[in-house]
Design a protein. Structure first.
Lengths: 359, 332
C-alpha cells in the first residue's frame, strides 16, 4: 500500500491546502473587487439588493424622444419589446427591431414581461471623482497652479511629500548608518542606544510636541511640516546599520590602504553593496509615507496642501452617500502603492524578515 | 604617508585623537542627527514636560503669545486622568472617559490572538511546497500595503446598513438565512466586533504571516526527517519541532502586535472615518482620545498626559514581556 497510498494522501492534503489558500485569497480580494465593482456603477444602481458584482442597469431604448425600458416576452422568448405604459389591462409594449413584431404595438400581461438589464461600466465615475465636484483648489504648489481639480492637487502633494521623505530618509540615514557601523568615535554606542530607544515610543508621543512647535512657529500648513518630521525616524538608520555590519570589512581595507577617504568608501563600496537594503528601505518608506494619515491630518487643514489620504477623507465628508465616486477615488489612491508594492515586493518581504531576526 | 610618520614621532594626546575621530564622523552623522534630535528624540522628552502643563494651543493658523498658552500644573493632569475621588455614589474616576476608552482599546485588541493564530496557520500552508505560493502571499499582503483610508471607506460600504440600503456583508448574511443582520457600525454592541473583523482581514496575511513564513523556512529540514524516522505524526512534529523552534518569532510577533495594538493607528483611522468614535464612544480608542484633546479641543497638556500613559503602558508591557515572555522562548 505504502508508496501509492502515501502519494494519494499527499495529493489529498495538497488539494485541501489549496482549497483553504484559495478561500482565504478570495476573502482578501472581495473588498477590493467590491470597490472596483461599485466604482463602475451608475449612482442609482450602486445600492441594490441583492448586490450585483457586475455593474448592470435596466436596458432602455429611445422611442419618440422618450426613454423606455426594454423587456423580453416570457411567452415568446427572444422577442424584445419597449414598455410604453402600464394600465390596469396590462402593459402596452412595442416590438423592437430586429424581429417579426418590430414596431408593432400590443398589450400584454405584466407577468409576461422580463425586464432586461445590460452590463454597463461607468468609466466616467473616475473622471468625476478626479474632478471632485466642489473640491476646487484656488491656488496650489506655491501659486503654480490656479483653479485646479482637488484630486490633482492631492496627487501632486502626495507625490512631492512621499518622494522628498523617501529621498531624505534614505540619504541621511545611510550616512548616519555608515558612521554607526564603520567609524569609531566617542559616544557612538550611547548615541545609537538613543536611536534605538525611540523605536518603541508610540508615534503620538513624538507627534504632539512637534505639532506644538510647528504651530508656534506658524509652520503648520506648509510642505516643510509634512516632509521634515517624518524624515528622521530612527528606523532607517537602524535598518541600514544592521545591513552595513554584515558587509565584510576586508572589502574596504584595500581601498583604505590606497588612501580612500571615508566618504569614498561610503560612496563606492558600501552603497553599491547595499542595494537590496536601500531598496527595502525605499519601498518601506514610500509605502508608509504614501499611506500616512495621522500626521498630515494633524498639521494640514488647507485644501491646497492635503495629501491623498486626507484628501480622500475630505472627499468622504462631502460625498457620504455617493459610493460610486468614493470607490472610484479609493481606487485612484491605491494604484501607485500597488505598483510600488508589486515592484518592490521582494525587498519588502526581505525587510520584514530582517527586522524580525533581531527580535 | 608622511603625515602618519610625523604623527607617530609626536603622539597626539588621547583627547585630541578623540576629537579628531568625532570630527571625522560628524559630516556623516550631522544631517540625520540634527533632524533626529529635533524631530524625534527631543519631542519624547518634551512630551513628558508638556504633560505637566496646561497648554491651550491657539487654533491652527493663528498665533498667540506662548506665555499665555502654557501654565505649569505639576501632576494635575495625571490626577485628573488616573485618580479617583469620593462622590455620593462612592469612588468615581475623575475622567471616566479615559477608563472607558482604555477598555475599548483593550477590547479591540482581542482580535490580536486570533490574528496571530491565523497568520501561523496560513504560514504553515504557504510553507508546503506548493505551486503559486508567491501569488497567494502577494494577495494576502495586499490589505497591509493598501491605503488605510481607502480600506476604511470600502469596509464602511460593506458594513452599510440603512433602511432600503443593505451593504454587501448583510446581503450575504440575509442570503444565508439571517433574517435581521446587525447594523454593524450603528449599534454599540456590534461596532467593536465589526472593527475586529476588519482588523483580522487586514492583518492575518500581513507582517506576522511573512515573519512566520521566514521562521518556518529557517527550521532545518533534518529535524523533520529525523522525526519521520521516529514515526512522529503531523501533530507531534508541529507540537515538538515547529512550535518550539518558532517561539522566537512568536515572541517577536506578539510583542510587536501588542505594541501596535495599543497605539492602534489603523483603528484610529477606522474610528475617524467610519464611526467618528461612536456610536456613543463605543469605538473611541486612546489614540482618538488623544487626537481629540490635542487637535479638536486644543488642550495639548492633557493630550500629552494621555500619550505619556500610553507610552507607560507600552513600556510596562515590553518590560514584563521581556522578563517573563522570554522564558517561554526556546533558542536552538
Amino acid at each position: 500500500m505504502s508508496g501509492q497510498g502515501q502519494t494519494a494522501r499527499r495529493r489529498l492534503l495538497h488539494a485541501l491546502a489549496y482549497l483553504v489558500l484559495v478561500a482565504v485569497g478570495i476573502t482578501m480580494l472581495v473588498p477590493f473587487a467590491w470597490m472596483i465593482s461599485t466604482s463602475l456603477k451608475a449612482p442609482a444602481y450602486a445600492v441594490e439588493f441583492p448586490p450585483r458584482w457586475i455593474p448592470s442597469e435596466p436596458a432602455t431604448v429611445e422611442i419618440d424622444g422618450e426613454e423606455r425600458r426594454v423587456a423580453e416576452l416570457r411567452t415568446n422568448l427572444g422577442v424584445r419589446v419597449a414598455v410604453l405604459r402600464y394600465s390596469p389591462e396590462g402593459a402596452l409594449v412595442q416590438g423592437l427591431a430586429p424581429g417579426e413584431r418590430s414596431g408593432e404595438r400590443l398589450t400584454v400581461s405584466e407577468d409576461d414581461l422580463h425586464m432586461v438589464r445590460e452590463v454597463k461600466f461607468h468609466w466616467e465615475n473616475y473622471a468625476d471623482a478626479w474632478a471632485a465636484r466642489g473640491v476646487r483648489v484656488r491656488e496650489a504648489l506655491f501659486g503654480l497652479l490656479n483653479q485646479v481639480d482637488g484630486f490633482l492637487v492631492f496627487y501632486l502633494n502626495s507625490m512631492i511629500v512621499t518622494i522628498l521623505i523617501t529621498l531624505g530618509t534614505v540619504f541621511t540615514s545611510s550616512l548616519a548608518a555608515f558612521a554607526f557601523a564603520r567609524l569609531r568615535f566617542p559616544g557612538r554606542d550611547a548615541m545609537f542606544l538613543g536611536y534605538l530607544a525611540t523605536l518603541m515610543v508610540p508615534a503620538i508621543v513624538i507627534m504632539l510636541p512637534v505639532y506644538a512647535l510647528l504651530s508656534n512657529l506658524r509652520m503648520t500648513n506648509t510642505y516643510a511640516a509634512l516632509v521634515l518630521p517624518p524624515m528622521f525616524s530612527a528606523y532607517g538608520t537602524f535598518l541600514l546599520r544592521q545591513f552595513f555590519l554584515t558587509i565584510p570589512r576586508e572589502l574596504e581595507d584595500a581601498a583604505v590602504i590606497d588612501g580612500a577617504s571615508n566618504f569614498q568608501v561610503y560612496r563606492h563600496i558600501i552603497l553599491p553593496l547595499s542595494k537590496p537594503a536601500l531598496a527595502t528601505l525605499t519601498t518601506f518608506v514610500f509605502l508608509h509615507s504614501w499611506n500616512d494619515f495621522l500626521w498630515p491630518l494633524m498639521v494640514v487643514d488647507r485644501l491646497a496642501l492635503k495629501t491623498l489620504p486626507i484628501g480622500l477623507a475630505h472627499f468622504q465628508d462631502s460625498y457620504t452617500t455617493e459610493y460610486h465616486l468614493l470607490m472610484a477615488a479609493s481606487v485612484i489612491v491605491m494604484i501607485p502603492v500597488l505598483i510600488v508594492f508589486l515592484l518592490g515586493q521582494r525587498y519588502f518581504v526581505r525587510g520584514i524578515a530582517l527586522s524580525g531576526m533581531k527580535g | 604617508m608622511a603625515g602618519t610618520i610625523a604623527q607617530r614621532s609626536s603622539p597626539p594626546s588621547a583627547r585630541s585623537r578623540r576629537r579628531a575621530a568625532f570630527a571625522r564622523a560628524l559630516p556623516f552623522l550631522l544631517p540625520n542627527l540634527v533632524g533626529f534630535l529635533v524631530f524625534t528624540f527631543a519631542p519624547v522628552l518634551a512630551c513628558f514636560a508638556l504633560s505637566l502643563t496646561e497648554y491651550r494651543l491657539a487654533p491652527i493658523g493663528s498665533f498667540a503669545d506662548l506665555r499665555k498658552q502654557v501654565e505649569f500644573v505639576g501632576i494635575e493632569n495625571f490626577q485628573q486622568l488616573l485618580w479617583f475621588s469620593h462622590q455620593d455614589e462612592g469612588l468615581v474616576a475623575n475622567d471616566p472617559q479615559f477608563w472607558r476608552y482604555l477598555g475599548n482599546t483593550l477590547f479591540l485588541m482581542l482580535g490580536i490572538p486570533l490574528s496571530i493564530i491565523g497568520s501561523l496557520l496560513l504560514a504553515l500552508l504557504l510553507n508546503q511546497k506548493l505551486r503559486g505560493i508567491t501569488i497567494f502571499r502577494t494577495i494576502y499582503f495586499l490589505p497591509t500595503v493598501s491605503s488605510a483610508v481607502a480600506i476604511c471607506i470600502v469596509w464602511k460600504w460593506i458594513f452599510h446598513q440603512q433602511p432600503n440600503e443593505i451593504g454587501l456583508l448583510n446581503s450575504a448574511l440575509m442570503t444565508l438565512g439571517v433574517a435581521h443582520p446587525p447594523d454593524w457600525l450603528g449599534t454599540m454592541e456590534w461596532a467593536k466586533p465589526a472593527f475586529i473583523i476588519m482588523v483580522l482581514w487586514l492583518g492575518v496575511g500581513g507582517y506576522n504571516c511573512v515573519l512566520y513564513l521566514a521562521g518556518l523556512q529557517g527550521i532545518p529540514q533534518e529535524l523533520y526527517e529525523a522525526a519521520d524516522l521516529d514515526g512522529a505524526g503531523a501533530w507531534a512534529r508541529l507540537r515538538h519541532i515547529t512550535w518550539p523552534l518558532l517561539s522566537p518569532t512568536t515572541f517577536f510577533v506578539v510583542t510587536m502586535s501588542v505594541i501596535a495594538g495599543l497605539q492602534g493607528s489603523f483603528l484610529f483611522t477606522a474610528a475617524f472615518l467610519m464611526t467618528g468614535g461612536g456610536p456613543a464612544g463605543a469605538t473611541t480608542t486612546l489614540m482618538l482620545y488623544i487626537y481629540n484633546y490635542a487637535i479638536a479641543w486644543h488642550q495639548l497638556g492633557y493630550a500629552a498626559a494621555i500619550a505619556a500613559v500610553l507610552f507607560a503602558l507600552v513600556f510596562a508591557f515590553t518590560l514584563i514581556n521581556w522578563k517573563y515572555g522570554q522564558r517561554l522562548v526556546h533558542y536552538s
